[in-house]
Design a binder for this molecule. Structure first.
Ligand code: AGP
Length: 366
């Protein structure tokens, strides 16, 4: 069936607001409240085989790659297994060493991205194990992998990935729980994660209900020509996604940087004309992030912070408060304002939100 926009002005908006339902589908049937873990029907790996892997490597392109970088932090945080992400396009050309003790994960919404598909084939040719994390059922990457998990986000029509990104992070949280409970996550901590996942759709809904607040912020910054997005750990991944969304649909030059790296170069470009969007979770790096924001304000850079504290103890220009719930799922909540900021900025600049120039929904050629 062809997807329709329903009552929404754009597919992009429709797909942002349907995230609570999309995430419910990603979670559906996968939470095991008896053993406080997650399970999947299609991994085709038993506990012994999964436990034999010493590392995980996540591959994808564009937003799928970015989701993998956040997923890597999520898996390491909970399951304590070394995990990293790499662009599938870079990976396939650099003659990668395929390690039999590494579990490879290929992430793709369409399941048709050529660079990701060929990365999967390269891994398989060299004897590696690769699972797909894919939205479109029966797509090339899903079939090539033969095992993995479907996101069940539903059809994503807008060129920019929104609900698929949120569902992919949800899938990583499930995987982190599944692997974590085989390693050293306690049943009680597993139960906390399950509670956080069950609450997630409702919490996302509360953020969606605040969209006019995000629209006001977007309008205020829509006429700038460039922007920085900064964060640390998962927050840096979110900064990359926020910057990519803004670039894709509003054509503002947006650059993502780890907050910790700002003073090693990019600070030179901060001025009144260069706003910074900062992801500032209420975690053990809060003080570090606040001092970065102070450095930006000293150079007269406008600052929009997306954070979890009631208020930030530093001078900034605009603040978006996102309630804190569980560190594993909080990145998914912090993502929502970034999606709305990109959407409303594009509207304010009169851009074609659903069909940005020069881009196709999936890149099925080299
Ligand atoms: C996301 O907003 C992009 N349009 C793009 O980066 C996309 O995520 C990438 O091309 C990968 O597509 P896939 O998930 O279908 O493989």
């Amino acid at each position: 069936t062809l997807a329709s926009k329903g009552d929404h002005e754009h597919f992009t908006l429709k797909e942002i607001v349907e995230q609570p339902d999309a995430i419910r589908r990603t979670l559906s049937g996968r939470l095991d409240e008896r053993f406080n873990t997650a399970h999947f029907g299609g991994l085709n790996l038993n506990a012994k085989e999964l436990m034999a892997f010493k590392r995980i490597k996540i591959l994808g392109c564009g937003s799928a790659y970015i989701s993998g970088s956040i997923g890597a932090s999520m898996i390491e945080r909970l399951a304590r297994i070394p995990t990293d992400a790499e662009s599938a396009a870079e990976f396939r050309y650099r003659n990668p060493i395929i390690d039999p003790q590494t579990l490879y994960l290929a992430v793709s919404q369409s399941g048709e991205t050529y660079d990701t598909l060929t990365a999967v084939q390269e891994i398989q040719r060299k004897g590696g194990t690769v699972l797909g994390i894919v939205n479109v059922v029966g797509s090339s990457i899903a079939r090539q992998c033969g095992a993995g998990m479907y996101l069940h986000a539903g059809p994503e029509v807008a060129v920019v990935s929104t609900k698929t990104f949120a569902c992919t992070l949800t899938a990583f949280a499930l995987l982190a729980l599944h692997i974590g409970r085989m390693r050293d996550v306690s049943p009680a901590e597993g139960a906390n994660v399950i509670r956080a996942l069950n609450e997630l759709p409702q919490q996302i809904q509360s953020l969606i209900d605040r969209r006019t607040e995000f629209e006001q912020v977007a309008k205020k910054y829509a006429d700038y020509h460039r922007a920085y997005f900064i964060g640390r750990c998962e927050g840096f991944g979110l900064a990359r996604e926020g910057a990519l969304k803004l670039k894709e649909i509003s054509y503002i030059h947006a650059e993502a940087y780890p907050a910790s790296e700002l003073k090693h170069g990019p600070l030179a470009l901060i001025d009144e004309q260069t706003p910074t969007f900062a992801i500032v979770p209420d975690d053990d790096l809060l003080a570090k992030n606040l001092s970065t924001l102070a450095e930006i304000k000293t150079r007269k850079g406008p600052v929009v912070a997306i954070g979890q504290s009631e208020a930030l103890n530093v001078e900034i220009d605009d603040y978006i408060h996102v309630p804190r719930y569980h560190p594993l799922t909080d990145p998914i909540l912090l993502l929502i304002p970034l999606q709305f900021l990109a959407y409303y900025t594009a509207l304010a600049r009169d851009c074609d939100v659903d069909q940005p120039r020069n881009l196709a929904k999936s890149v099925t050629v080299e």
